[in-house]
Design a protein around this ligand. Sequence first.
Ligand SMILES: *Cc1c(COP(=O)(O)O)cnc(C)c1O
Length: 481
Amino acid sequence: MTTRDLLAAAAAHAADFLEGLDQRPVHATATLADLRTALHRPLPDRPEAATTVLDELVSDTAGGLLGSAGGRFFGWVIGGVVPAALAADWLTATWDQNAALYTCGPAEAVIEEITGEWLKELLGLPSSASFAFTTGTQMGHLTALAAARHHLLASRGWDVERQGLSGASAVRVLTSGLEHASIQRSVRLLGMGTDALVAVGHDENDRIDLAELERTLDEHADAATVVCLGAGEINTGSFDDYTRACQLAHAYDSWVHVDGAFGLWAAVSPLHRHLVTGLELADSWTTDAHKWLNVPFDSGLVFVAHPKAHRAAISTRASYLVHADDANPSKSSGPPARDQIDWNPEWSRRGRGVAVYAALRALGRQGIAETVERCSRLAHRLVTEIGALPGAEVIVVPQINQGLVRFLAPDGSHDQHTDTMIDRIQATGQAWFGGATYRGMRVMRVSVVNWGTTDSDVDRAVTAVRDVLTRALHEPEEGRA
Ligand SMILES: *Cc1c(COP(=O)(O)O)cnc(C)c1O
């Protein structure tokens, strides 16, 4: 089989998968044991035909793939893939450039340069900000907090890249207490330790408590401080008061970082833009392209309002590399080319910006705004319609694409009942929701970020939930199993 035939076979498998999403169960039907049995082989000694490898990859993973690329997956915060981005991602793999340096992959360096500028404009961030295309928000946080640490310690006469942290002023990180665990992990990986995190608290709408923030800032007015805000809290999608929080933080020379993994995209929608008012005043921002922009995993973004600090924290040099800004300047016009290694924590890397570039072109500003608005409207439908079913209760009505419901047991054991109902809803294969603990109670999370989710997907999901709840009402014993 030629490479062309193999790629055509892969394209056919891919199309079959996508076209089958609407009929197949959304949950995984294979067990761990099934998958191990299907996929396990002794380490192959001899070469196998690529077509056999490919065909068996498809047959052996059957039942082991979630339908998260489809329109009825409402778990975690997981987007699908717009076709243009998927196809561009295939090309990226095909070109197999090392997008670490301009010299390793000139076209991809220019694509990231342009795409970064587009994103700042689209998301309403300062045009002077630096940026990087990371694997996800997690590595975006790591990059941004490394830049923050550099900036805060440099202004105290400390070169953290050279001197490390031992002997440096402690850097504290103030949060609402609702920060995503990826913030905690970044603080750990940066050697600051989770003791650096200080939860100042939040109000009843899950926004950072501004009075407590001010009090905590003032308590150690000279401390090197990062204030970490959120744009789209993981369970409720809440947004902080950026204008006030940034004013307070900056009055104490603190750095403001915003985790906007999905919520930053509210900036694109005229309907929801008010939620991110003042967000441009922050010092760094992270978001994901693999969530609401619906590009393939793994694709995150970080922006930093202080390019010098960003570069000082991340950039690296080695004699065997060829850096664009070391090249003979007389050869080219305009600013030096972008070397991604100056901004990205990775060394070798795929041209992650290519799929983002394709998604932005294929959707346009209007397509992205429409996706954000439709997902938010459908999340509202899901929460209010499920919440209105007998035996269900609304906990958080979405103001954007995230909301919470729970299920009520006649004997008051709502937590256990909610988990049981979630399991049974998943088992219908019609829709997939996950659970969480919110304010001490078990809840079912509703997250809509897939570009392809429609009203009829929501109809099917609500029907599936209604059937499960109706059965539970008539067979209460089953609920205790
Ligand atoms: C998804 C998410 C993260 C983690 O992002 P990754 O892309 O998985 O690294 C962080 N914060 C929030 C609010 C998220 O939704």
